[in-house]
Design a protein around this ligand. Structure first.
Ligand code: K1U
Ligand code: ZN
Length: 173
C-alpha cells in the first residue's frame, strides 16, 4: 500500500467528470488500498479517486468516529444515488483538497446508493447522518463538484484565493 499525494484546489482534475470503471483487476484493488491508506493518514473520512489524480468513478469512506470502535472501510465503484430524502441536514464540511476550510452545506439527510464492489458485484445501502453527507460529498467529486460550489460566489472566491496562496507557498518550500 502506498500513500498518494492529494491534489489541492484549484486543479482542472478536480473539476472533471470522472469515467465509469469497467475493469475489475489488481491495479483497481491496489488503487483502492492506496486510497484507504491515504484517507486514514490524512486523516479523513472519505476520499475520491480524482483527488489523487485518477479520473475514475470510485471513492472510499469510513465515517466511524467512536474511539475504539472497529474501522469500517468501504470502497464504492460507479456509485449512484437512487433515492434522496426530502428531509435535509446541514453539516460543516471540509475537504482534503481544500485544507483547513470549513463551511455549512445542506444536503438530503438520507440517501440510498447503489454501487459495484471490487469483485464487480452489485451493492446497495441506505446511508444517514455523517455517512449520507460523506457519500454525497464524494459522489460530487466524481462529477467535478466541490463543497465550495454550494457557497455564495464571494465566499468561494475567498477560499479559492487562500488555496492559490497555499499552493504558491508549497511550491516555494
Ligand atoms: O473528500 C474529502 O475531501 C474528504 C473529506 C470528507 C468529508 C468531510 C466532511 C463532510 C463531508 C465529507 C474529509 O474527510 S475532511 C476531514 C474530516 O472531515 C475529518 C478528519 C478527521 C476526523 C474527522 C473528520
Ligand atoms: Zn472533498
Amino acid at each position: 500500500m502506498t500513500k498518494r499525494p492529494i491534489l489541492i484546489h484549484p486543479d482542472p482534475r478536480l473539476k472533471a467528470v470522472a469515467d465509469a470503471v469497467d475493469t475489475y483487476d489488481d491495479p483497481l484493488r491496489a488503487l483502492a488500498n492506496d486510497m484507504l491508506e491515504t484517507m486514514y493518514a490524512a486523516p479523513g473520512i472519505g476520499l475520491a479517486a480524482p483527488q489523487v489524480g485518477v479520473l475514475q468513478r470510485m471513492f472510499v469512506m469510513d465515517c466511524v468516529k467512536e474511539e475504539g470502535a472497529p474501522p469500517q472501510p468501504m470502497v464504492l465503484i460507479n456509485p449512484k444515488v437512487v433515492w434522496s430524502s426530502d428531509e435535509k441536514n446541514v453539516y460543516e464540511e471540509g475537504c482534503l483538497s481544500i485544507p483547513e476550510q470549513f463551511a455549512d452545506v445542506e444536503r438530503p439527510a438520507e440517501v440510498e446508493v447503489t454501487w459495484t464492489n471490487l469483485e464487480g458485484g452489485e451493492q446497495s445501502a441506505k446511508f444517514d447522518g455523517l455517512w449520507a453527507t460523506c457519500a454525497q460529498h464524494e459522489i460530487d467529486h466524481l462529477d467535478g463538484k466541490l463543497f465550495i460550489d454550494y457557497l455564495k460566489p464571494l465566499k468561494r472566491q475567498i477560499i479559492t484565493r487562500r488555496m492559490q496562496k497555499l499552493k504558491r507557498e508549497k511550491a516555494r518550500a
